[in-house]
Design a protein around this ligand. Structure first.
Ligand SMILES: [Zn+2]
Length: 189
């Protein structure tokens, strides 16, 4: 993301519940920064550490319901620090009441989340990509890339705001021509 676009979008710093990063394998902690593995100890994956007292104090059912009609109504629980997120309508997919399957399994009620109608690419990957690219933009990155077998690349190409450039790598040799080309034809916003 160029600095110019960042400036035109503007940012609002909200009270953040983000405390830092913690390794899922060894528990080593890091400050919030552009880091995805435990570089000091074990190269394990990092997860976000939240301040649950801040969440308890600032988030209510009403505040969530008043949010946008997308995953960003849960913004307080997502790892971004400003309200300058990329909202392309991801999330809020329907729950389907699976009555016959519930009877077969001996359950009173069973609902299945239909994430095949997610926006913008009809993939559940739209969720993680919306969050990841919003955070990447906050951190000032101008280029994103991903290793993908299809839908992640598609989603990244669709959600990455111009002029962020997207590079797709590590596609397996078994990919069909259609899967390889799909990200190239995903409409850019
Ligand atoms: Zn570690």
């Amino acid at each position: 993301m160029t600095q110019a676009l960042l400036n035109t979008v503007g940012t609002t710093q909200l009270e953040s519940a983000l405390k830092g990063l913690r390794c899922k394998e060894c528990g080593h902690e890091y400050p919030l920064k552009a880091l995805h593995v435990c570089e000091d100890v074990c190269f394990g994956p990092l997860e976000v550490v939240y301040d649950y007292e801040v969440l308890r104090r600032t988030v209510t059912r009403e505040s969530i319901a008043a949010g946008p009609n997308s995953i960003w109504r849960y913004r307080a629980f997502l790892p971004v620090e400003t309200d300058n997120y990329i909202d392309v309508g991801t999330g809020m997919t329907p729950l389907v009441n699976a009555k016959r399957l519930a009877r077969r399994l001996g359950l009173k009620k069973l609902y299945i989340k239909n994430d095949a109608v997610n926006m913008p690419t009809l993939s559940f990957k739209d969720r993680v990509v919306s969050v990841a690219l919003s955070r990447a933009r906050e951190l000032g990155f101008t280029t994103v890339s991903c290793a993908s077998t299809g839908n992640l690349a598609n989603s990244t190409a669709a959600i990455a705001p111009t002029p962020v450039s997207t590079a797709v790598s590590s596609s397996p040799p078994t990919w069909s021509r259609a899967r390889c080309s799909a990200p190239l034809f995903t409409p850019r916003r």
